[in-house]
Design a protein around this ligand. Structure first.
Ligand SMILES: Nc1ncnc2c1ncn2[C@@H]1O[C@H](COP(=O)(O)OP(=O)(O)OP(=O)(O)O)[C@@H](O)[C@H]1O
Ligand SMILES: [Mg+2]
Length: 665
């Protein structure tokens, strides 16, 4: 029965204080005093487990809501010691009597109060328990514990502590202390009044903050401090941090109140300097997302989106086409084809995309309805270039190569000639059996056309951004138009533009439709130089509407004898081999029906023959020169394990489709 009675005493006190605060006859100062006292009581009750956390949080919230107009902060640090001034500033417009008020609370008498003493001890215990595993904060801790509150006001305003104003509230208190940081504004908490003691105090406040709900931030600085500090170089060099060990530094941040406070205004100040407009007016100016985007764009056009360095040779993300399929997996990113351009050209605003309105501007115009997030994704993840692949690297497929040069490369290089009827098609489809070089052709276009090359895999468009695919497609084309001349290469395009059926997902259907709209050029101008190149080994699955839009459908067949010979000799030229002309001809003859990939695999297998003929002991010791050359016998052995990957039946299907829809001879 003891507990309820003690509790009821507290409750009656709270009620009384609540009444005092609400009383219309109280001055603002009295109200604030009562409020502070009440806060302390609640904290004390919480620390001694007389109040539940939920109940305390509720009370805090209630008080904060009710008296926020006269009390600037509920934080023990800032509130207890300097509320008078901030309350005045805050309440000046609302409380006419507040100017005459002088608080009865001061640092010395507050610290002498027994609830505060108890709180300090509780906080110390809590902090010690928290810090037990870390050795770092020892220095900070010691300082905090040995500092007596009475010393603090005496120290305020000089030396290290001089950053903070003296702690005694009241009219005598100087508003600005030499060496202190600029204030953030009337509504912002001032820099800490006490430099050292709050280290202890903050800990108790932290506990306090933990129990408070998200709405009521009893110790907001505790959470913010860490964040701010981690960004502030000054913080890490602050006096409270006595070690460079990361762990120690972290601990120092948490408990180092001096740093913590000093960084808050410093950050705010930094932001002010960053933003020209804010700097001018001194007031925060509101920017819409669109305005922000334009500003960002403007900045980017003046300086490369990223430093060109990292994009050259850096690990670049891609939508999946590049990595999983290995198209550009080993790519050293672009050495751009534009003369005078900077490496990584695709990422910068190109001069030729600028148009009449000046560098970068039309590019922005085209992107105005596109979410910046999407643009960022596309710019960062899709734009890609490959290592140089020349037309000579592609064996055979002469007709396809000539056609591509005609409709892709030359129009990109000489747009003035390829206009009107000679204008290039908007879409090309490369189709044929697997491993015949369709992707290789894509890489070659990337290298040779001088266009910004967007390589995406349809499957990643459909899977990665479920529901966002439609927007992504729109953004992709918008960005491509802003970076033109541009080639959008979509490998495995069948998975993006397959026949639309009843069972398909709504989002995928919408994406397909959007793609068709974009491909149709409804939203493009005739001058736009954006070409879509699709590659597939399942052409029969492509939607008829898409088929029509991919006007040039080029069959990439299995390599003929001459092409296979070119591949074999090309691959063998990089190794030591001793095949005669006749033996090479035999290999070519026996590899009829092989795709380019199969031929490559055959040569790889054969090249292992000489190694296999060695004894294991020799392999560990011989030099590369001592490896025996590849001989015909190695090919004979390789033919036993490497078979053509395309069946005659499959081939028949491709031939038929080519006869029906292909644009070849
Ligand atoms: N015409 C070719 N000339 C030279 N090498 C070729 C040729 N065709 C294929 N290759 C070799 O085969 C490998 C695979 O080719 P690629 O990835 O371009 O085939 P693909 O037609 O895209 O196949 P899939 O339809 O399965 O995607 C290439 O990296 C290359 O080594
Ligand atoms: Mg491919």
């Amino acid at each position: 029965m003891q507990a309820p009675s003690s509790r009821s005493v507290h409750l009656s006190e709270w009620r009384k204080n609540c009444f005092a605060i609400m009383s219309g006859t109280c001055t603002a100062g009295q109200k604030a005093d009562a409020y502070r006292a009440q806060m302390l009581r609640i904290q004390y009750a919480l620390a001694s487990a007389e109040l539940s956390q939920a109940c305390a949080a509720r009370l805090f919230r209630r008080y904060a809501e009710k008296y926020s107009a006269i009390v600037d902060s509920d934080n023990v640090e800032t509130g207890l010691n300097n509320y008078a001034e901030n309350v005045f500033t805050l309440a000046r417009s609302q409380q006419t009597d507040s100017d005459r008020w002088k608080s009865g609370l001061s640092v010395s008498n507050v610290f002498k109060m027994s609830p505060v003493q108890e709180m300090l001890q509780a906080g110390r215990r809590f902090r010690d328990a928290q810090r037990a595993p870390a050795s770092a904060p020892v220095v900070v801790h010691a300082e905090a514990v040995t500092t007596h509150p009475a010393e603090l006001s005496a120290r305020g305003g000089s030396g290290e502590s001089g950053r903070c104003p003296p702690s005694a509230p009241g009219p005598d208190r100087p508003r600005d202390v030499p060496g202190s940081r600029p204030l953030m504004g009337p509504q912002s908490p001032q820099p800490p009044v006490v430099t050292d003691t709050p280290k202890t105090y903050l800990t108790s406040a932290a506990r306090f903050g933990e129990v408070a709900t998200a709405q009521f931030r009893a110790a907001p600085l505790f959470g913010n401090v860490k964040k701010e500090n981690s960004r502030s170089p000054e913080a890490s060099a602050g006096p409270s941090v006595s070690s460079s060990h990361p762990r120690e530094r972290k601990a120092g941040h948490v408990s180092g109140t001096t740093d913590a406070f000093s960084t808050v205004p410093s950050k705010a100040f930094g932001e002010t300097q960053e933003d020209g407009q804010r700097e001018e007016s001194g007031l925060p100016t509101f920017k819409t997302a669109k305005e922000q985007f334009w500003a960002d764009q403007h900045k980017r056009c003046r300086q490369p989106l990223r430093a060109s360095g990292p994009s050259y040779g850096g690990v670049k993300k891609s939508l999946g086409a590049s990595r999983s399929r290995g198209i550009f997996g080993k790519f050293v990113p672009p050495v751009p084809q534009h003369e005078g351009g900077e490496p990584g050209g695709g990422l910068q605003c190109k001069p030729d995309s600028a148009g009449p309105a000046g560098p970068g501007h039309p590019a922005d115009e085209r992107l105005k309805n596109v979410e910046p997030k999407m643009i960022e994704l596309i710019m960062n993840e899709i734009v890609d270039h490959g290592p140089p692949v020349t037309w000579d690297d592609i064996a055979g497929v002469e007709f396809a190569k000539a056609t591509i040069k005609e409709v892709v490369v030359w129009p990109m290089l000489r747009p003035d000639i390829f206009t009107g009827l000679r204008g290039p098609p908007k879409g090309i489809l490369l189709f044929g059996p697997p491993g015949t070089g369709k992707t290789l052709i894509g890489k070659c276009i990337a290298s040779q056309s001088g266009a910004t090359f967007f390589s995406i895999s349809a499957s990643s468009l459909t899977s990665k951004w479920v529901g966002e695919g439609e927007k992504m497609v729109r953004a992709l084309f918008a960005v491509a138009r802003s970076q033109q001349p541009a080639v959008i290469f979509i490998d495995e395009i069948d998975s993006l533009l397959s026949q639309r059926g009843d069972g398909e997902h709504e989002s995928s259907r919408r994406m397909k439709t959007e793609f068709l709209v974009q491909l149709d050029g409804a939203t493009t101008s005739p001058e736009d130089r954006v070409l879509v190149v699709g590659a597939t080994n399942r052409p029969q699955e492509i939607d008829e509407a898409a088929r029509r839009r991919l006007a040039k459908r080029l069959y990439i067949p299995l390599p003929e004898a001459a092409a296979r010979k070119q591949m074999v000799t090309g691959l063998l030229s990089r190794e030591r081999s001793c095949l005669s002309e006749e033996e090479v001809a035999l290999v070519v003859q026996q590899s009829a029906g092989f795709s380019g990939a199969d031929v490559t695999q055959l040569c790889r297998e054969a090249s292992l023959g000489p190694i296999r003929s060695l004894r294991v002991a020799d392999i560990t010791t011989i030099t590369p020169d001592q490896v025996p050359p590849i001989a015909y016998v190695d090919f004979e052995n390789a033919f036993r394990t490497v078979r053509p990957s395309v069946s005659p039946d499959d081939l028949e299907l491709y031939e038929n489709w080519n006869r029906t829809f292909g644009c070849g001879k």
